[in-house]
Ligand binder design. Structure first.
Ligand SMILES: Cc1cc2nc3c(=O)[nH]c(=O)nc-3n(C[C@H](O)[C@H](O)[C@H](O)COP(=O)(O)O)c2cc1C
Length: 150
């Protein structure tokens, strides 16, 4: 499954999470591109079978500024066949924990075939590695359902 992993990270937690998802995606046999959000070509989103957005949360439950162009590109595009997942890191001290994950979840659910979400508290721990494996499994399972339906 041709997969794009696109991430934004300030202090490294989300980059680490994206990196684990990248390793698990490769292990599962997916052809996988791994890019920081500033380097993503939004017009190429439709050339992928699956896309994983990995984001931290800023402000008060807000999207990171650098994620906004990608968010808007998804909103504009016709990508209902694209299987998606959203993962992110956040801090439970804030009232809206992983708010950016929730924002992406709601939009991707409306605009794409959202298969899975994951929230991680700050830096990923060993227990999160297993969750990342399940995340990739769910993405692949959804693609199989989509293929069998068409
Ligand atoms: C100014 C500021 C605002 C934040 N706001 C939130 C928030 O609203 N919700 C949340 O869950 N985490 C919030 N966080 C925590 C970060 O999302 C969290 O530390 C995350 O792991 C950072 O990811 P990174 O290491 O990839 O940059 C905030 C952090 C800072 C410094």
């Amino acid at each position: 499954m041709k997969t794009l992993i696109v991430y934004a990270s300030r202090t490294g937690n989300t980059e680490r999470l994206a990196n684990i998802l990248y390793e698990k995606s490769l292990e599962a046999g997916n052809e996988t591109d791994y890019v920081e959000v500033g380097d993503v070509h939004v017009q190429k989103l439709s050339s992928y079978e699956a896309c994983i957005v990995v984001t931290y949360t800023w402000g008060s439950g807000d999207l990171p500024r650098e994620m906004i162009p990608l968010f808007k590109a998804f909103e504009r595009a016709d990508l209902w066949r694209l299987v998606t997942g959203v993962a992110g890191t956040g801090d439970q001290c804030y009232p809206h924990y992983c708010g950016a994950v929730d924002r992406f979840r709601d939009m991707l659910h409306a605009k794409t075939d959202l298969a899975v979400t994951l929230k991680v508290e700050l830096a990923p721990q060993q227990s999160d590695v297993e969750k990342c494996s399940l995340f990739i499994d769910k993405l692949i399972a959804r693609k199989r359902i989509l293929l069998s339906a068409h």
